[in-house]
Ligand binder design. Structure first.
Ligand code: ZN
Ligand code: ZN
Length: 218
């Protein structure tokens, strides 16, 4: 939902201030907060890219330590053609050993709306939950915290499984898919603040969640 060439903006996009940045939608602001919660550096719309097809595209996030782009898309049938083209064109073509700066080349993720917490979880609310993402091209993307440099990130199952930042090996048992629901989705409040979110990975408490808010189409 970032390119001026998209035929129409999402009708429910609500500009949302988080930190010093005004995001086009609350979902984008929530993704920024979620990246902050995982200690992942991000830049919002840092670059206007001309794709091989000639289309002009501004991806939502660039993660400078991880060589990763994130395009945030809410529910429905998102237009992802440009994002998919970016993913195809930035992946590397290394056949065997990849010696690229970023393992597998630059990586493109789609950031989705949160997956709801389970109904029997402490602090369950319909619209708070866990981060959902997908790779836009190639193998699925898994969340991992590098045992060597401690950076949280998404990698693909393309072998070898390497930290995108320090290139050290990661083990399969450390990888989490979105349905494992280990990455908590952090939501910015209507006031633009952020509720405290310690201990990434534990269930929410009612205290953390604050007063109940009616779900909002996003
Ligand atoms: Zn490569
Ligand atoms: Zn690392």
């Amino acid at each position: 939902m970032s390119s001026s060439q998209d035929p129409a903006p999402a009708i429910d996009a609500v500009p949302t201030l988080y930190g010093d940045t005004m995001f086009r939608s609350r979902l984008e602001a929530d993704w920024a907060a979620t990246l902050d919660g995982a200690g992942i550096q991000w830049l919002y719309e840092p670059e206007t890219i001309t794709l091989p097809s000639g289309a002009v595209y501004v991806p939502d996030f660039w993660l400078p330590e991880l060589g990763t782009w994130i395009e945030v898309k809410g529910p429905g049938i998102p237009r992802v053609e440009k994002t998919a083209e970016l993913a195809r064109s930035r992946a590397c073509g290394c056949e065997a050993a990849c010696s690229c700066r970023w393992p597998g080349g630059e990586f493109v993720l789609l950031g989705r709306s949160a997956a709801p917490s389970r109904w029997n979880e402490s602090g369950h609310r319909p619209r708070y939950g866990y981060a959902m993402w997908e790779a836009l091209w190639g193998p699925s993307a898994y969340f991992v915290t590098c045992p060597a440099c401690a950076r949280a990130q998404c990698i693909t199952l393309r072998r070898p499984w390497l930290c995108r930042a320090c290139h050290r090996s990661v083990e399969k048992q450390e990888l989490h898919s979105p349905v494992d629901r280990v990455v908590r989705f952090i939501e910015t409040s209507r006031a633009g603040g952020l509720f405290a979110m310690p201990d990434l990975g534990k269930p929410f408490t009612d205290e953390e969640l604050g007063p109940y808010e009616e779900p909002e189409e996003n």
